[in-house]
Ligand binder design. Structure first.
Ligand SMILES: Nc1nc2c(ncn2[C@@H]2O[C@H](COP(=O)(O)OP(=O)(O)OP(=O)(O)O)[C@@H](O)[C@H]2O)c(=O)[nH]1
Ligand SMILES: [Mg+2]
Length: 246
């Protein structure tokens, strides 16, 4: 199996080098693609340097249309284009612990999607402030009710997809520009009938760098969930359809 890790980054210069090192330590056979939106703090430059000495590290340096959602799509398409059998997305701020990676990659051999959950037994979201925890709790409740998804953590950005799932999600047609991409992809995967396994993860608050999540993102996220509820599911592509280039 050829596993890929996809890291969307914006101003993660304090985290990225250490994170790449830790990922490759726990999972030496994986490839990493960092999708950076021309971070003013030079995150992309650090990745470029690492890439020069380690061929497992790839960089997609985007120069326009900044967005967590668009970047994620580009990263998944890049990984597919480079032969990935499974692609795991995670935040580049150490909120998602790289030590879970072997568990994700072994579980994806049996499931279509493996999603890290803070709310299944054994999962935790205790590190963040009371308000952030409440917002996440209500956002999840809202997503579950509106989109009728039977999972405990629908807004998790720590998730692994099998190649076939990504090929069939029709990624270029996704409408989320920002963080709601994680809900959109999950919804479409569920609508196509793919099996999703939730595994417990402990979510930690970021120690370095700043959050990019704003109240505007939150409100857009709530609006986007409604929009997704009333838009049609995408059709599954035919067997052997050509992949869309990055
Ligand atoms: N490429 C790209 N990555 C982004 C963008 N916004 C956020 N990210 C990355 O997406 C991941 C999650 O972003 P965070 O700012 O940590 O947001 P969050 O995890 O939802 O919020 P916190 O709980 O406050 O950390 C991080 O790796 C960010 O660097 C963006 O516009 N473009
Ligand atoms: Mg974060």
């Amino acid at each position: 199996m050829k596993p890929f890790v996809m890291l969307p980054t914006y101003n993660e210069s304090e985290n990225i080098a250490l994170l790449i090192e830790q990922i490759l330590r726990v999972c030496p056979s994986c490839q990493i693609v960092v999708v950076d939106d021309d971070s003013p703090d030079g995150t992309w430059r650090i990745v470029e340097e690492i890439r020069e000495r380690d061929s497992r590290v790839h960089l997609v340096h985007r120069k326009s249309n900044r967005g967590r959602g668009i970047s994620g799509i580009k990263g998944f398409l890049y990984a597919l284009d480079h032969g990935a059998d499974a692609v795991l997305e995670m935040d580049a701020d150490f909120s998602h612990d790289p030590s879970y990676l072997p568990h994700f990659f072994s579980s994806i051999q049996e499931y279509d999607v493996v999603s890290g959950s803070r709310f299944v037994q054994g999962g935790r979201d205790a590190d963040r402030g009371w308000l952030r925890q409440r917002i996440t709790y209500f956002a999840n409740l809202y997503i579950r009710i509106v989109l009728r998804i039977q999972l405990t953590d629908c807004s998790s950005g720590f998730r692994c997809y099998r190649r076939e799932v990504l090929q069939n999600l029709n990624l270029p047609s996704m409408v989320s520009i920002g963080p709601s991409i994680v809900q959109e992809m999950l919804l479409r995967a569920c609508q196509l009938g793919y099996d999703v396994l939730e595994i417990p993860i402990e979510f930690r608050d970021r120690q370095r760098g700043k959050t990019k999540l704003t109240y505007r993102h939150l409100i857009n996220g709530f609006r986007m969930v409604l929009k997704l509820r009333f838009s049609k599911p995408r059709k599954k592509l035919k067997e052997g359809s050509p992949e869309v280039p990055v």
